[in-house]
Write a protein that binds this ligand. Structure first.
Ligand code: ADP
Length: 256
């Protein structure tokens, strides 16, 4: 299988402190890749480098377009990285609390089209709105939020809020969705539901996922490949059961 994203030798420093010390990862297209590691191991910093929030001191980030061409996106600004199809959800959902679920999805599409653009042809505009609403409903079906389409976002449960974030990433047309702790603060039954939906979307819609998650007991059941980080380095990689049984990983989690 081809990779959709790879990093090569990423080094990121904060002053004299090296938060990332030569990180190489490869994210396979149409798979779910998980990054684990104790607090402070560099997971968020790596995502920040991939999504353009930070420029690395050295190393490269490559993104493979659908046509198979690799592009060097190192140091690109976040909006350009978003535009090529890499969309990140945040640990704390950045949804519009007072808008309904449907309105939150339509806001993503309108934001992409550009604020303040008045269509000269009202007929076209109406047609476009209809198509967006159709697309939004099919996404809401996929994340099992269709019954809540008219519910204000602030009335959703913790798990539903994560699913709304996922829906918004799909609405943005993402090829690669980066989920930052998608089940943090989510009760266990809802947490399994979130991962099951991620798995379904991954399989049915050919979307690739890169996931950071602490609750590895749950996450390991749903992912294809795992990278374990510690002190800014990749200390283990492989299938979930391989990484789970790696003494280096056990040492960091149990011994460290
Ligand atoms: P993780 O996501 O694995 O918990 P982070 O990537 O957030 O880890 O942090 C890795 C290390 O880099 C930590 O020691 C953290 O204190 C440090 N760090 C992260 N962001 C900054 C920053 N903006 N300035 C200085 N140090 C930072």
């Amino acid at each position: 299988m081809a990779s959709i994203l790879s990093t090569q030798g990423i080094v990121k420093q904060f002053g004299a402190f090296r938060a990332l010390d030569g990180v190489d990862i490869s994210v396979e297209r149409q798979k779910i890749t998980l990054i684990i590691g104790p607090n402070g191991s560099g997971k968020t910093t790596l995502v920040n480098v991939i999504t353009g929030v930070y420029k690395p001191e050295s190393g490269k980030v490559f993104y493979m377009k659908r046509d198979g061409r690799a592009i060097d996106i190192t140091g690109w600004p976040p909006h350009k990285i978003f535009a090529v199809g890499i969309v990140r959800t945040f640990q704390i959902p950045q949804v519009f609390q007072k808008l309904t679920v449907l309105e939150n999805l339509l806001a993503v599409a309108r934001g992409q089209r550009g604020e303040g653009v008045i269509s000269a042809l009202v007929k076209n505009w109406v047609k476009e709105e209809e198509e967006l609403a159709k697309k939004a409903f099919s996404i809401l079906k996929a994340v099992r939020l269709v019954d809540k389409w008219n519910t204000p976002a602030n009335l959703l449960s913790a798990g539903e809020m994560k699913l709304l974030e996922l829906a918004r990433a799909l609405m943005a047309g993402a090829d690669l969705i980066i989920l930052d702790e998608p089940i943090a603060g989510v009760p266990i039954d809802q947490a399994h539901e979130v991962f099951k939906i991620v798995r379904d979307i991954n399989q049915q819609q050919a979307v690739t996922f890169l996931v950071i998650e602490h609750r590895i007991d749950i996450a390991f059941k749903y992912v294809d490949y795992v990278y374990a980080m510690a002190s800014g380095r990749i200390i283990s990689k492989g299938l979930p059961e391989e990484v789970a049984n790696d003494p280096k990983v056990r040492e960091v989690y149990i011994g460290g």
